[in-house]
Ligand binder design. Structure first.
Ligand SMILES: Nc1ncnc2c1ncn2[C@@H]1O[C@H](COP(=O)(O)OP(=O)(O)OP(=O)(O)O)[C@@H](O)[C@H]1O
Ligand SMILES: [Mg+2]
Length: 369
């Protein structure tokens, strides 16, 4: 599907009343790319998809497909002429049409011959494992089946861009993982450029070529799953990708890629990650406050070679494969750990823990929101 090279969204702005819900959104999507918008409820994901689809008027910026302007507030190509497919957050199936007719709808409008319609619809339903529900009405389907019908309706016309708004949100945990895999397979097979919306970090990591992390209508970071996971640019992204244990620290000294600091009564070392080293050096020189953050699973139990602490356990949760521990270090700093160690602990127990220096993320105060 090579009818364009890229879709360019520049300085997209959207207001509701006097609230700016999309704030200068910039993104260039290459043909065939799978892009995920990741962010908490209300951060503007659906609004961005609706703007790209042409379903709501934009208040600033422009959207281009190669050299063709599809929206800049003045020029406007209506949604039905864009050849985009969309799966809405509430799937919006036609209640009076069967699964077959729901999926066939876009093809009938485009006046495909009946035999081709049948073949395409059956193919699409097969891809989402719904062949046996072909004659049912939406009210006779579970939420997950309705969601898959909406997905089939989207892929059947082979749109040049697919906009998927939390298309797996109504599936149970197992089916969700299975459909995630199916979606990836469908994307690999059909190669349709896709913008996918979710607030689930696992889904974003598993599916995407690139992830756009959003908060309050603003882009926080754009990167590959690996970049976003390993090098979150600020504390918001880090927190969204599983970092916890956020503490203010006092720098003792910093030298090239290493930093020594005080956390309460403890002296700890961290390795600065190459990407943000200079930024952190500058912030320390400017006497900015410094914070660290560590993933619960990166804190180890036992006597470590470096960065040893003592933790007082308050709560232990048994989660099958892992155990989740909450408690305190240094008297009053809350700490959260998750561990594969098969230990049994009681409230009040004191244990030794340590933090590998390369697992500590360091943030200057301006990157902490
Ligand atoms: N039609 C509307 N009128 C007024 N405010 C709106 C309208 N649609 C959305 N909003 C507001 O704009 C903000 C962004 O909404 P949006 O639906 O884009 O969020 P979202 O990221 O898709 O959230 P969710 O994950 O819950 O679906 C929200 O604060 C929402 O209340
Ligand atoms: Mg939404």
């Amino acid at each position: 599907m090579k009818d364009f090279k890229e879709i360019k969204i520049q300085n997209l702005v959207k207001y509701y009343g006097n609230r700016k819900v999309v704030d200068n959104f910039n993104l260039t999507i290459k043909n065939g790319e799978f892009i995920t918008l990741l962010g908490p409820s209300g951060c503007g994901k659906t609004t961005i998809l609706n703007s790209i689809a042409g379903l709501i008027p934009i208040d600033g910026g422009s959207i281009y497909i190669d050299d063709e302007c599809i929206d800049d507030g003045k020029r406007f190509i209506p949604p039905e002429k864009r050849n985009f497919g969309m799966v809405f957050q509430n799937y919006a199936l036609f209640p009076h049409l069967t699964v077959f007719e729901n999926v066939a709808f876009g093809l009938r409008i485009r006046k495909f011959p009946p035999s081709e319609i049948r073949e395409r619809v059956i193919n699409a339903l097969r891809m989402v494992h719904l062949e046996e529900h072909i004659d049912k009405y939406p009210r006779q389907l579970s939420g997950g089946e309705q969601q898959r019908t909406a997905l089939a309706r989207c892929i059947v016309t082979e749109p040049r861009l697919m906009l998927l708004d939390e298309p797996l949100s109504n599936l149970d945990a197992l089916l969700r993982i299975e459909m995630r895999y199916e979606l990836k397979a469908i994307h690999e097979k059909l190669g349709i450029t896709t913008i996918y919306v979710t607030h689930d970090q696992q889904e974003a990591l598993a599916l995407s070529d690139r992830i756009v992390v959003l908060n309050k209508g603003k882009i926080q970071q754009i990167g590959t799953p690996e970049e976003i996971y390993s090098y979150p640019r600020n504390l918001f992204v880090a927190h969204f990708l599983g970092f916890r244990n956020i503490w203010n620290v006092d720098v003792i000294h910093v030298k090239d890629g290493e930093i020594e600091f005080k956390l309460g009564d403890f002296i700890l070392n961290a390795v600065l990650n190459e990407k943000y080293k200079e930024h952190i050096h500058n912030s320390i020189r400017d006497k900015k406050k410094l914070y660290i953050s560590i993933r619960p699973e990166d804190i180890k139990i036992g006597e470590g070679p470096i960065n040893s602490l003592e933790m007082r356990v308050e709560v232990m949760e048994y989660l099958g494969q892992v155990r989740q521990l909450w408690g305190y270090i240094n008297g009053n700093l809350r700490i959260e750990i998750s561990t594969f160690e098969k230990i049994i602990l009681n409230p009040g127990d004191k244990i030794k823990i340590y933090i590998p220096p390369e697992r500590i993320l360091v943030f200057p105060e301006e990157d902490v929101q």
